[in-house]
Design a protein around this ligand. Structure first.
Ligand code: SF4
Length: 444
């Protein structure tokens, strides 16, 4: 069978975190520059790229399911399959030996090689054989400066400010899949922010695995976020994910002082027990975390605080879990992502500790935390009733096209009936809240 178009059509699917979304935008930009085109329709594609995540078991399973679907497609017609991202980096042996389906593997620091790898794979396939290509070297320097991302539409632009991580939390695979920490030149970041504003984006989210450890010469994260927030045309700036250990008072003050920096901090807790925090290599204790929360709330009384928590890490006892439970009660997060621990290959925990908490115990602990957090979230959301909130309009609500959907400054979802009022995604409006659930505020 011959190819349907002279310019190869690529379909890209992205799993995992915002960093992967941002990387897919970079990949699209690099491939378009080299003459590739993109299609939303997998059935029409000459190349399917799967940008993968290695953080959780769930993501893994989804990706393997997707690869097995592609196997069926590849039997019917010529198709080049590429696996990108953290899973490509972490499971290269498994993917190259057990998955003959995969033609190209590229890790997070090797995307500049993709155009060549894909062209070679396509050309070899046209000649009736399969030439596989793997690019998995991690770099101490690659930050993809000079490449402006080809962004997904919407009101938010992701801007990666640093790559990699040096923290080596014992459960985490990122330092192995994304390599050493390196920060981007602030001038390149500011250029990207201006480009996003010129492209109609109204919000920028600064991204990094450990975003607040950003450091470039005299520039630290507090200085950088203020400089980005000064970009004309940008109404809101967010950031994710910070590490509690890199939260100096100057950063809290910068967030408080700059009107365009959102008063929302996602502050991963991971566990409330000092023993487990130590095993996780998080470098803070429960009390230190609480002291930071207190400092943040003193300077930012209306801050929206969200978090990540892992249940059932190696050797976590009922008492350890109770510490986490009490911490959640005490901090009163606005919302939390709560996960079961799942061992990741090559991590410190996989090498040194035993994943010994039974799955049903992990599940029961997750349910308990989800339940209490749901209650807290609802209580916190009910406090908005009767208040006016500023909302950045994002799009029509998923459930009904007669409703609009947007986010508060604190990133809480607001839904309202559009009626005949102005509905323009990317604009800021004020809504009075008349009702609330644990997931949504309802505006008049
Ligand atoms: S800070 Fe810890 S959890 Fe976050 S990316 Fe780095 S190693 Fe992983």
């Amino acid at each position: 069978m011959t190819r349907k178009s002279p310019a190869p059509q690529v379909h890209i699917e992205t799993f995992g975190c915002q960093m992967n979304e941002s990387d897919s935008e970079l990949v699209r930009s690099m491939l378009k520059r080299e003459g590739f085109t993109f299609t939303e329709d997998r059935e029409r594609a000459d190349v399917v790229l799967v940008n993968t995540c290695a953080i959780r078991e769930n993501a893994h399973n989804k990706i393997y399911a997707r690869l097995s679907e592609l196997k069926g497609l590849k039997k019917q017609r010529p198709l080049v399959v590429g696996v990108l991202g953290c899973m490509a980096q972490n499971l290269k042996d498994e993917l190259t030996e057990k998955e003959p389906l995969v033609d190209v593997l590229a890790g997070p620091d090797a995307y500049r090689q993709l155009p060549l790898l894909l062209s070679t794979a396509l050309a070899s396939q046209e000649q009736g054989f399969s030439k596989k290509g793997f690019a998995l070297d991690l770099s101490e320097y690659e930050t993809y400066d000079g490449i402006l991302p080809d962004r997904n539409s919407g009101v938010n632009a992701w801007v990666t400010v640093m790559r990699g991580c040096d923290n080596f939390c014992s459960f985490c695979v990122v330092p192995y899949t994304r390599g050493r920490e390196r920060s981007r030149d602030p001038e390149a970041i500011r250029l990207e922010a201006r480009d996003a504003a010129a492209g109609g984006f109204r919000q920028i989210t600064l991204l990094g695995q450990n975003v607040n450890s950003y450091r470039y010469g005299e520039w630290d994260f507090a200085r950088l976020i203020c400089a980005v927030a000064d970009t004309p045309g940008i109404d809101r700036v967010r950031f994710t994910s910070p590490h509690p250990k890199d939260f100096p008072p100057a950063l809290i003050e910068a967030i408080a002082a700059h009107p365009k920096i959102c008063k929302h901090i996602h502050l991963p807790l991971q566990a409330g027990s000092d023993r487990i925090l130590d095993l996780m290599g998080r470098t803070y204790t429960g009390n230190e975390y609480l002291a930071l929360v207190e400092r943040i709330r003193r300077t930012l009384p209306d801050v929206v605080l969200t978090t990540d928590i892992i249940c059932g890490f190696c050797s976590e006892s009922d008492d350890d879990f109770q510490d986490t439970y009490r911490m959640v009660e005490r901090v009163q997060f606005d919302s939390a992502y709560i996960f079961k621990y799942s061992e990741r290959k090559n991590t410190i925990a996989a090498r040194k500790y035993v994943d010994d908490v039974p799955d049903h115990v992990k599940g029961a602990r997750v349910s308990k935390l989800v339940e209490i957090q749901r209650r807290i979230t609802l209580e916190r959301n009910l406090k908005y009733i009767g208040k006016d909130v500023e909302v950045l309009i994002e799009r029509e609500a998923t459930r009904s096209s007669t409703q609009g959907m947007g986010k508060t400054n604190g990133n809480v979802t607001v839904v309202w009936d559009k009626g005949t009022s102005l509905f323009e995604p990317g604009t800021l409006i004020t809504k009075r809240i008349f009702d609330a659930s644990a997931a949504t505020l309802y505006g008049e």
